[in-house]
Write a new protein. Structure first.
Length: 419
């Protein structure tokens, strides 16, 4: 399977679907699901959330040209923002002469938090918990023998004292290897299972028993080299200066990291994972030190090439949750061809780096609006009332004029209609 598909963006949806179907080995049934624009049937939707009356659809696109650890990927992305898929694909294409992307990820360890309050002696309570840590871990693992059978399960336990406005508490961290799941259900069940025993040991009261989305034991990393012969020395200088701007200024850094999440959230959403959990973990990781920082880093190597790197927590799964109840998420995972949650995390981190490089390159050279508004022109034309072939005609004219606004689109639509 090759992800290096020239002119992919210029093809019609049916042609693109045909290429992806062949490249990813999709069945006729899977292709038909995509052809129906990912619509959930009411029965499936009702199993996912409450009070269902229908489903809400977003565009499903494919990012191309991605080479990660020597393997080619077609990457599904679900989002509404123009230019994101094209930008990620272009960044990946520019990275190919440098060998594509290298990525790695930590084992899928998630943290369950147990809050113990109303304690007479915090230090004594913490000591009792740690003295019984092995038994508590075994008790937690009794909840999910299948997970343990496949090499997962609770691996350790930590306890620390924390001062709060309502008094000192003990926070217990249960460290769980969740294998190929995101892990929330398994971790929460284990935390609830051992909570009564922790109360008995400490004489305190357990309040919260919940997973933490600050998944610092589950980091994913990616890096790439963009050759100076390919992108030019001025672009390299511009990207470095844009990155250093983000590092120095929180206003810019917030938008800088938002651009990274454009790519990350789109893949997380396409694969049926919890993009809100990943988003929260990413921004918390960016603020883990004394100030909010960039999730990416850039430098120039000895050859004068641009090196980009990213590191952040990515807690995602390929089993459980809506990865299996949403039929489109299942198709997306089939297109990706990932075999583990760790591989999926590596792909997602890579897309975040590609998206960031593309944004910095555009911002530092031609400006973000040129390409963005060109792609947005069709939406403007529709808002102005155009339909059918008029959408393309209106969009083409307002782009050519450089006047991409709803008012001008309405005027152009009127002129074309009068003709």
């Amino acid at each position: 399977m090759s992800s290096d598909i020239s002119g992919f963006r210029k093809l019609g949806p049916e042609e693109r679907l045909s290429i992806v179907k062949q490249a990813a080995g999709l069945t006729d049934e899977e292709a038909e699901l995509l052809r129906k624009h990912g619509r959930l049937d009411i029965a499936s939707a009702s199993r996912m959330i409450e009070n269902v009356i229908g489903s809400f659809e977003l565009p499903f696109g494919i990012a191309t040209h991605f080479l990660i650890n020597g393997k080619e990927y077609l990457i599904p992305m679900v989002l509404e923002e123009p230019s994101v898929v094209a930008a990620a694909s272009y960044a990946a294409k520019l990275a190919l002469p440098g060998g594509g992307f290298k990525a790695s990820s930590d084992p899928p360890i998630m943290t369950g938090q147990i809050q113990v309050v109303d304690l007479m002696d915090v230090d004594s309570a913490r000591q009792k918990i740690m003295e019984n840590s092995q038994r508590l871990v075994e008790m937690a693992n009794s909840c999910d023998p299948v997970l343990v059978k496949f090499g997962g399960g609770a691996k350790g336990l930590e306890a620390r004292g924390v001062d709060t406005k309502s008094g000192p508490i003990v926070v217990v961290h249960l460290l769980v290897d969740v294998r190929d799941a995101m892990g929330a259900n398994a971790v929460n069940t284990m935390a609830e299972r051992i909570a009564p025993e922790i109360e008995r040991l400490t004489g305190g009261k357990v309040r919260l028993r919940i997973i933490s989305n600050f998944a610092v034991n589950r980091l994913a990393r990616a890096s790439a080299v963009w050759k100076k012969e390919v992108i030019g020395e001025d672009t390299i200088k511009g990207v470095i200066q844009a990155y250093e701007f983000a590092e120095a200024d929180q206003y810019r850094c917030t938008t800088h990291n938002k651009g990274i999440m454009n790519g990350i959230d789109a893949v997380v959403l396409a694969t049926g994972n919890d993009f809100r959990a990943v988003e929260a973990g990413a921004h918390s990781y960016a603020a883990r030190e004394t100030r909010y920082q960039s999730l990416t880093k850039y430098h120039v190597n000895g050859n004068g090439d641009l090196v980009g790197e990213i590191e952040l927590p990515i807690a995602v799964g390929i089993i459980g949750g809506s990865t299996r109840t949403n039929p489109i998420a299942k198709v997306a995972l089939n297109i990706l061809g990932v075999k583990s949650s760790m591989e999926l995390a590596q792909v997602i981190a890579t897309v975040g780096l590609a998206q960031n490089f593309a944004a910095l390159r555009a911002l530092a050279t031609e400006g973000i609006q040129k390409g963005h508004m060109r792609l947005h022109a069709k939406n403007i034309a529709v808002t102005a009332g155009a339909d059918g072939e008029m959408i393309e005609r209106v969009a083409e004219l307002i782009v050519k004029e450089g006047s991409i606004s709803v008012q001008r689109a309405k005027e152009v639509l009127g002129e074309l209609s009068n003709r």
